[in-house]
Design a protein around this ligand. Structure first.
Ligand code: CA
Ligand code: CA
Length: 380
């Protein structure tokens, strides 16, 4: 067997005809796409119905889900058009007939601008319409006093670009003095070196001695935990160039804990405690290289000794495990130019390899994934 994949089409699952499968990924000097994601499983030959290459029915890329458009058409004189749902918000009410009222609300951390409720009213004898437009949900204004047990803080205008010359301060107070505040970064993109978010402990905003981090660019810690029931944040931007901004969430947790730092994608974690002195151990799946620290310890100041590591897929690897994940380097971000990656999956002679793709997107006719199990056909 020798299969060559390129372009945007998802291949059918593949079963090797021998006990090994060789994958070769090549890209040319320009135009990068997302690449591919696949997983394999080793199966005993007796488990497989037929020997050799079997092309299972292709997973249809174009699942036909018929969606009837219900956009904006006024339906006669008794029904208002569908008012829709605001981005980052919700709507209560599905009755759009004359006299009906629908209500809107925004997701946590967003403010509603406009009407909370609108009604379908008679406009003329032959026409009905909503009493107002659908409202919008936007990030609240710059700064404020926030209280536990949890909440969300975003840069002004988020997820739209923040303003120049901003100087916003938030003070978070836990509901109980025995609690501390855990801050988690969900989205972060500030103009590197010029726009900053400073995170500090306690309530003295700007106090140099209490600063945990001055953050800029796209780099953040996994989380920050205060040592008392108070924490402050200060967002400052200069007079040019904005960016997307940030979204952080806070939550109060018990004193003496560093909080759950999470598990790296394509990784595993051992150790379950997040309290002072507890240690977490990390490992990556086969073919993934661990970047960063293999273990981290919860320190007395409520901070982990380091960020959790990340797992980066290797360009060359021999798989010998009964199952595994294969990705183009950097997936789901773009792969590089001029890549040459080779992966070999090898198992015992009584078994075959079943490879299934979840995603495939490569520059057609220039970037390729070749899969071989024979050796008769050689690419040059
Ligand atoms: Ca290319
Ligand atoms: Ca700026």
């Amino acid at each position: 067997m020798h299969e060559l994949f390129t372009g945007p089409n998802l291949p059918s699952p593949i079963i090797s005809s021998k006990n090994w499968l060789r994958l070769h990924f090549t890209s040319d000097g320009n135009h990068k796409l997302r690449g591919f994601s696949a997983q394999y499983q080793v199966k005993k030959m007796t488990e497989l119905k037929s020997r050799g290459v079997k092309m299972l029915p292709s997973k249809d890329n174009h699942h036909k889900i018929s969606v009837l458009s219900q956009m904006g058409v006024a339906q006669g004189h008794n029904m208002c058009p569908d008012p829709g749902i605001p981005d980052r918000g919700k709507r209560k009410g599905t009755d759009f007939r004359r006299g009906a009222t629908v209500h809107f609300s925004c997701d946590e951390g967003y403010e509603l601008q406009g009407s909370k409720s609108i009604s379908c009213l008679r406009v003329t004898d032959s026409y009905v319409g909503w009493s107002d437009d659908r409202p919008i949900c936007r990030a609240p204004m710059c700064g404020g006093q926030l209280r536990g047990p949890s909440g969300v803080i975003t840069s002004p205008n988020y997820p739209v670009q923040y303003d120049n010359n901003a100087n916003c301060t938030w003070l978070i107070t836990a509901s109980d003095t025995s609690k501390v505040i855990k801050l988690t970064f969900e989205d972060f993109d500030l103009e590197r070196g010029y726009d900053t978010l400073t995170v500090g402990d306690g309530q003295v905003v700007g106090d140099q001695k209490t600063i945990f981090h001055v953050l800029s660019g796209t780099t953040t810690p996994d989380l920050v935990v205060s040592t008392s029931h108070l924490m402050w944040l200060n967002f400052k931007t200069d007079d040019t160039s904005g960016s997307l901004g940030f979204k952080v969430s806070f939550e109060e947790i018990d004193q003496g804990s560093c909080g759950d730092p999470g598990i790296p994608a394509y990784g595993k974690r051992e150790g379950a405690g997040f309290r002072h002195g507890d240690r977490l151990y990390f490992e990556c799946l086969p073919a993934f290289e661990l970047m960063g620290k293999k273990n981290i310890t919860c320190q007395k100041n409520n901070q982990w000794s380091a960020k959790k590591p990340s797992c980066v897929f290797s360009c060359f690897f021999n798989f010998t495990t009964p199952s595994g994940v294969l990705l183009s380097p950097n997936y789901p971000q773009e792969y590089g130019n001029n890549m040459h990656c080779v992966w070999l999956i090898i198992t015992n002679p009584e078994s075959r390899i079943n490879l299934a793709f979840n995603d495939l997107s490569m520059e057609k006719q220039f970037d390729f994934l070749s899969i071989k199990d024979g050796g008769k056909v050689e690419m040059t």
